[in-house]
Design a protein around this ligand. Structure first.
Ligand SMILES: [Zn+2]
Length: 56
């Protein structure tokens, strides 16, 4: 019963995957929800042609 030994876990509001708050790839969206910075970029730039990025 040591589940509280780990830091608070928060899921990305966009992809719903776990965030690691200590990592720099975490940011918040306009609503203050914790999201991956990469997910946030995608959410604010939908279907924008990006060089070097290929959607599978
Ligand atoms: Zn995410």
């Amino acid at each position: 019963m040591d589940q509280d030994s780990q830091p608070q876990k928060i899921n990305c509001s966009i992809c719903n995957r776990p965030l690691t708050l200590l990592r720099p790839d975490t940011c918040t969206d306009d609503k203050g929800n914790a999201v991956h910075s990469d997910c946030y970029v995608k959410s604010v730039a939908p279907d924008k042609p990006s060089e070097g990025v290929v959607a599978a």
